[in-house]
Design a protein around this ligand. Structure first.
Ligand code: ADP
Ligand code: MG
Length: 616
């Protein structure tokens, strides 16, 4: 039975499956599509005209849910059943959120393990993936309602600093909501795309994205060349945003009117709601007048600016830090994109514009721009837009542990994804039947300073002398940044692989710290790497020599054995002293003294062989 789908929102015939773009925000979420007639991205609106769905889920006593504005109204009166900011918990363990546990008015459950965190409501437990899926389901339903067609494919955005675990969690939430998540895209990248900055014809550009939302501030510097977005640096504050402005106003009024001590829940609610109303009003007017609990309250733009100055100042410090990390001056930034509802505040806009010394991109709705960009990306994936190409990059290097605990990078940081890399390894011991493959993420030379993602054993390698097996390890990062690692012993075909879904995530501060550490420790790391390499080589030399002495004792003179042993001891001492130069010298000396006997033994063996004897 053939059906013609007519897109009610755009009044056009839908020929292809629609792929929607979704901004799954900490405070607000929304869906957007690219209109098939005008080719412009638009946010989908309900009849009420609103596109934003507050990212809040309320659970009643029976486990039924409501999402969005109706849930928001229950925030203060039923805090233990009304879940906000679930995004902050994505891909995290209890340990990860422990420091901010006071932020959550609902119960974040601690099971005492490193496992992913859950939220407890009554006697039920919900994972952040499930919580996010309720929001995504609501968005899917809304989109279907507006478009009058089935919606099953989506592009979802995440913060640039989200790691593999958090991206995977977002993708899982989509799947749980009945959405096939075709791509996970970085929020700043989406914002830049919405402004058409991804156009290949623009050449190389550096873009700053300033994103001040409800409870988070993200600053990103992107480099765009040949249609590829590269995140050069990120900075921000995961607990700073428009909510802090509301709180500043509420505290100011409470102080003035003596409502400060009020424990009354509905009064607190009213204060906060009116404070947010005042803030929004002051984005376009100079004066606000209202009533809270029968008391007149007012606020001028001037006073408001004074109240929020510390918040704005904090964001400017982050901008500075992001530029410093990127090694850039403000003059090197080609475009500044404003994202997040809080950038509607004139003081914010002016401060950012002044800091970068240029006009900012603010023509699109700042709270919709990320979703619009996701829709643009969806349109590219649908094959409707060939002027743009979009690739993301890996935020941190991916590699393996090799001898001496060294990090062997297979896919360097900032590599375009999807990406594939492979390298061959071999065994260290004769007859070794297994090989441990440990996968790490990070920029340091020693794996112990990086983050372990996964580990597995390649077993069943047939007995062979050390160095003979050829174990090929392949890293495959798919378009969503999910890593698949496989290892194959090429001579025997023994193979094993895993998909990396880390146990719990890194906070953005940790990613930041890992990058900073790699810079601060770069010199030390090079020294340590040289030492580890020298030590590994020395140990191999000692091992071979010891074996040799044991096997061919009868062919050597006593003083030769004594000399060799002395040189071996000297090398052991050098290793103990951890002096790279001494180790290398001692290794060479040992090699020099042992070479003549080695050659003699070889000659003898050859002669024996020619006499028809077996080499032992
Ligand atoms: P998030 O990305 O965190 O989900 P949004 O980008 O939707 O959040 O931003 C939400 C914040 O924007 C809220 O604090 C809200 O009060 C604020 N906001 C929305 N509109 C305005 C406005 N006109 N003036 C000032 N702040 C606004
Ligand atoms: Mg946002």
């Amino acid at each position: 039975m053939g059906k013609i789908a007519i897109n009610i929102a755009t009044g056009t015939i839908q020929t292809k499956d629609v792929i929607v773009g979704i901004d799954l925000g900490t405070t607000n979420s929304l869906v957007a599509i690219v209109r098939s007639d005008t080719r412009q991205p638009i946010a989908l609106r309900e009849i009420d005209g609103f596109s934003l769905v507050p990212s809040i889920v309320h659970f009643d006593a029976f486990g039924n849910t409501v999402v969005g504005n109706p849930a928001r109204e229950l925030l203060i009166s039923q805090p233990e059943r009304t879940i906000y900011s679930a995004k902050r918990l994505m891909g995290k363990s209890y340990k990860d959120v422990y420091d901010h546990k006071g932020f959550f008015a609902y119960k974040v459950y601690d099971d005492g393990t490193d496992a992913l965190v859950k939220v407890q409501i009554g006697d039920r437990f919900y994972s952040p993936i499930e919580l996010s899926s309720f929001i995504l389901k609501e968005l899917k339903t809304r989109a279907e309602h507006v478009l009058k067609m089935n919606v099953s494919k989506a592009v979802i955005t995440v913060p640039a600093y989200f790691n593999d675990a958090q991206r995977q969690a977002t993708r899982d939430a989509g799947r749980l909501a009945g959405l096939d998540v075709l791509r996970i895209v970085n929020e700043p990248t989406a914002a830049a795309l919405a402004y058409g900055l991804g156009d290949k014809s623009r050449g190389e550009q550096t873009i700053a994205v300033y994103d001040l939302g409800g409870g988070t501030f993200d600053m990103s510097v992107l480099r765009l060349s040949d249609g590829i977005f590269e995140v050069i640096s990120t900075n921000g504050d995961t607990y700073l945003g428009g909510d802090d402005m509301d709180n500043a106003i509420a505290a100011y009024w409470a102080g003035l009117t003596g409502m400060a001590s009020a424990e009354n829940i509905s009064l607190r609610q009213e204060l906060r709601v009116t404070a947010e109303k005042a803030k929004k009003h002051l984005s376009t007017h100079n004066e606000f007048n209202g009533v809270v609990n029968g008391v007149q309250v007012s606020l001028s733009r001037e006073k408001f600016n004074e109240l929020i100055q510390p918040i704005v100042d904090k964001t400017m410090l982050c901008c500075r830090a992001a530029l410093k990390d990127a090694g850039m001056q403000t003059t090197e930034i080609d475009a500044v994109v404003m994202v997040g509802g809080s950038t509607r505040v004139p003081l914010v806009k002016d401060s950012v514009s002044r800091f970068f010394g240029k006009e900012v991109f603010d023509q699109l709705n700042p709270d919709e721009v990320v979703a619009l960009g996701a829709a643009v990306q969806a349109d590219i994936l649908a094959g409707n837009n060939t002027d743009m190409l979009l690739l993301d990059v890996t935020p941190l290097s991916l590699g393996l542990e090799t001898m001496g605990g060294l990090m062997d990078v297979l896919i360097p940081r900032n590599s375009k994804i999807p990406n594939k890399a492979g390298r061959q390894y071999t065994t260290q011991k004769d007859g070794q039947s297994g090989m441990r493959i440990s996968v790490f993420q990070g920029e340091r030379d020693l794996v112990k300073d990086n983050r372990k993602l996964a580990e597995f054993n390649l077993t069943g390698i047939p007995g062979m002398p050390a160095g003979l097996p050829k174990v090929e390890v392949t890293f495959l990062v798919d378009a969503d940044g999910i890593l698949k690692v496989s290892a194959t012993e090429l001579r025997s075909g023994v193979a094993q692989s895993i998909e990396v879904k880390p146990q719990y995530g890194l906070t953005d501060e940790e990613v930041e710290k890992m990058l900073m550490d790699s810079l601060t420790h770069a010199k030390d790391d090079i020294k340590i790497r040289a030492l580890v390499e020298a030590t590994t080589e020395a140990r191999q030399m000692l091992d071979t020599t010891a074996k040799f002495l044991h096997k061919h004792r009868e062919m050597l003179e006593d003083d030769e054995v004594a000399t060799t042993t002395a040189f071996m001891n000297k090398l052991e001492k050098a290793i103990e002293m951890q002096d790279k130069d001494k180790i290398q010298q001692a290794t060479e000396s040992l090699n020099d003294v042992s070479r003549p006997f080695a050659e003699r033994v070889m000659d003898a063996a050859l002669k024996d062989a020619m006499r028809g004897k077996k080499i032992v």
